[in-house]
Design a protein. Structure first.
Length: 286
């Protein structure tokens, strides 16, 4: 390793080559290995040594469940290089994934448009260069105009790809929905196709963190959409045409499903006999 190359991770894990020279290997098996990750390459050390330069990666993240052995592992990174595909799974895989994204993206220059949409309203924001950094908690963009954007990896609602004109060319655009100061915003990102393919995996992984198998009723869906649009929680009963007790029950269920969270409790009170007595005495003194 050269002096300019920085080691990022050195962990135990396993790998499986599932496509070799364009041929799918249905009988592929996992092989235990040492995984060494630097800011320039991934090295898999077992009986021999397999080196994958990060700059040579064509695609990252897609699952290749060629057989039961591959399908039986919930977490791995699929790496496509030319006509070869290798699956890599580390012992502490979530931490390794963050390290891998860090190695591929940190310091790269992309273009960002933020906010592109705020509270459902399209903004006239211009594209600007943005230096990216991946951490355990968020995806950060340092904008050339001095601004900063932090996308919480636990607060990514939707990720969509589109093809359209941007920065003087027809480009792939990643549209990511998240929140700022409790307001729904969308940030658009574009740049080098390889960098975008990695960023897409980071963002989609964030969506998967928050995805739940929800079976919401019509009123529950109305409540979620109303809250998303900025309607006050206290105005929801009138907004959706339901009584307060029903809405409170819906809130309780949505909290259990981790769709919403409690920001502040409102205490509902009524007078006791002692309270009425105190109030009467006070009024008599006035």
């Amino acid at each position: 390793m050269s002096d300019s190359e920085k080691k990022i991770a050195d962990v135990q894990g396993r790998f499986m080559q599932v496509v070799e020279s364009g041929h799918r290997l249905d009988d592929a098996t996992w092989e235990s290995c040492r995984i060494v990750l630097t800011d320039k390459r991934l090295v898999l050390i077992a009986g021999g040594k397999m080196t994958i330069p990060l700059a040579d990666l064509d695609e990252i993240g897609e699952r290749y469940d060629v057989n039961q052995a591959a399908a039986g592992v919930a977490s791995y990174i699929g790496l496509s290089v030319g006509e070869d595909v290798v699956l890599v799974s580390a012992a502490e895989h979530d931490e390794f994934e963050t390290d891998f994204y860090h190695a591929c993206l940190n310091g790269k220059i992309l273009y960002a448009k933020h906010p592109a949409v705020e509270g459902g309203v399209v903004q006239s924001t211009e594209w600007t260069k943005a230096r990216i950094k991946i951490t355990d908690d968020d995806i950060r963009f340092a904008l050339a105009d001095g601004g900063h954007v932090a996308v919480d990896r636990d607060d990514i609602g939707e990720v969509e790809l589109d093809e359209r004109q941007a920065v003087g060319d027809e480009r792939t655009i990643i549209e990511v929905e998240h929140s700022e100061d409790e307001i729904s915003v969308q940030t658009y990102v574009t740049g080098d196709e390889h960098d975008l393919s990695v960023l897409k995996e980071v963002l989609v992984e964030g969506v998967e963190r928050n995805r739940a198998d929800l079976d919401l009723g019509p009123t529950e869906e109305q409540v979620v959409m109303a809250l998303h649009s900025g309607v006050s929680p206290f105005e929801i009963p009138d907004f959706v045409g339901a009584d307060v007790e029903e809405i409170e029950a819906i809130y309780d269920r949505l909290i259990e499903l981790d769709v919403i969270e409690v920001v502040r409790e409102r205490t509902e009170v009524e007078m006791t006999a002692q309270g009425r007595s105190v109030a009467g005495q006070t009024m008599g003194e006035q």
